[in-house]
Ligand binder design. Structure first.
Ligand SMILES: *Cc1c(COP(=O)(O)O)cnc(C)c1O
Length: 376
């Protein structure tokens, strides 16, 4: 390498991207928690209408989208941030809040983008183990808060473990966090969570100016290819700060128009949630019949150890068990890939021997389950 790169480039982990984008045959894509259903016809029409205006820059304030979100959630539009995917807001929040000497707290395993925030800023990352049901341990997280803490991230429901913590535990947890600490609740999968009303947390914003609810059009709305996400915030500080650190036109006009249209079809969202949950119930049943004990999913994917019921994190296993688990995982992921079925290997997500498998259509899930039965 001839270029002299900044020191942080060596620290920033590469995002564990799904493989198979170069594969030519028919693929069963169950590796990225995408929606198996294409965008709604009305959304595609909105996208087509927008194409004629692409000689103009997009609205840098995303005014129409923020107004539509404000109507939908009852949060004033100046407290809503838009992003080129919700990851864009997450990374901008890291840039706005963190610096050397500052601390950031999150659980592990959780979303693979979180380690990026500390690496990019030089802040210290404090990771907290999940509990024995693979859920966030909110008490243990609250106990890690110090005067140096700037940001705390709770992924609920959690990717990759699929589990959720109850609404009341979140409400109690927020009472314990000092107001100078920004709390990001990453709710990318909240629509699939049956343990409480997905919008219950919106009511917490009025009590907690430091709270940020991070949401996305990538999952239930099926628009991940367009990149658009949003944050509902308890105060204007974070929306202002994330806009300061980004380029002026971070959100493209097609994405904004598609998101406005998608929001108007909540009946379709509800219907997709129902279909996804029907798949969830049937996939979990079939996994259990194979002797596998998936975590209690509140998402559009399952998380499980390949050697039976979940047995907790690496810290609860010895070295030899970990190596065996990693080999089994590698063998199963490869055998599935040879059949054109892409799933996510747990090793890259912090749990050797586990798999994360998104729910596809019934046919895709069937293809995955019969292949898994054959391989095991
Ligand atoms: C998929 C996902 C997101 C969404 O990312 P986008 O940038 O909006 O596509 C955010 N957080 C978690 C935990 C996710 O799994």
């Amino acid at each position: 390498m001839a270029l002299e790169l900044s020191a942080r480039i060596a620290r920033i982990p590469a995002y564990p991207a799904a493989e198979g984008y170069a594969w030519k045959g028919p693929l069963t894509r169950l590796a990225s928690n995408e929606s198996p259903w294409p965008p709604l016809p009305a959304v595609r029409e909105a996208i087509e209408r927008e194409l004629a205006t692409l000689n103009r820059y997009p609205d840098p304030t995303a005014g129409a989208l923020r107004a539509a979100l404000s109507d939908r959630y009852g949060v004033p539009s100046e407290r809503i941030a838009i992003g080129n995917g919700s990851c864009d807001i997450l990374l901008a929040a890291g840039e706005a809040l963190l610096e050397p000497g500052a601390e950031l707290v999150y659980s592990w395993p959780a979303f693979s983008v979180y380690p990026h925030l500390a690496a990019a800023s030089g802040a210290r990352a404090i990771t907290v183990a999940l509990d024995d049901q693979d859920r966030h341990d909110l008490e243990a997280m609250a106990a890690e808060v110090t005067v140096a803490t700037r940001l705390l991230i709770v992924c609920n429901p959690n990717n990759p473990t699929s589990t959720a913590v109850d609404f009341q535990r979140i409400a109690d947890f927020l009472q314990k966090i000092p107001p100078h600490v920004c709390v990001i609740l990453d709710e990318a999968y909240c629509e699939f969570n049956l343990s409480h009303d997905p919008d219950a947390t919106v009511d917490l914003l009025s009590e907690h100016p430091n709270l940020v609810l991070l949401r996305t059009f990538s999952k239930v709305y099926g628009l991940c290819g367009l990149r658009v996400g949003f944050a509902l915030c308890g105060a204007v500080d974070l929306p202002h700060a994330v806009n300061q650190v980004r380029q002026p036109f971070f959100s493209n006009s097609v994405a904004q128009a598609a998101a406005v249209e998608a929001l108007a079809h909540q009946d379709a969202v509800a219907e997709r949630v129902t279909r996804t949950i029907a798949e969830r119930i049937s996939v979990e049943e079939r996994l259990r019949a194979l002797g596998i004990g998936p975590a209690a999913s509140q998402t559009n994917f399952s998380w499980f150890d390949l050697d039976g019921p979940l047995r907790g994190g690496p810290e609860r296993r010895d070295e030899q068990e970990l190596q065996e688990a990693a080999r089994r995982e590698e063998r199963v992921v490869r055998a599935l890939a040879e059949r054109g079925i892409l799933v996510r290997a747990g090793g890259a997500l912090g749990r050797p021997g586990a798999l994360r498998v998104s729910y596809g259509t019934s046919e895709e899930n069937e293809r995955f389950l019969s292949a898994l039965a054959e391989i095991l």
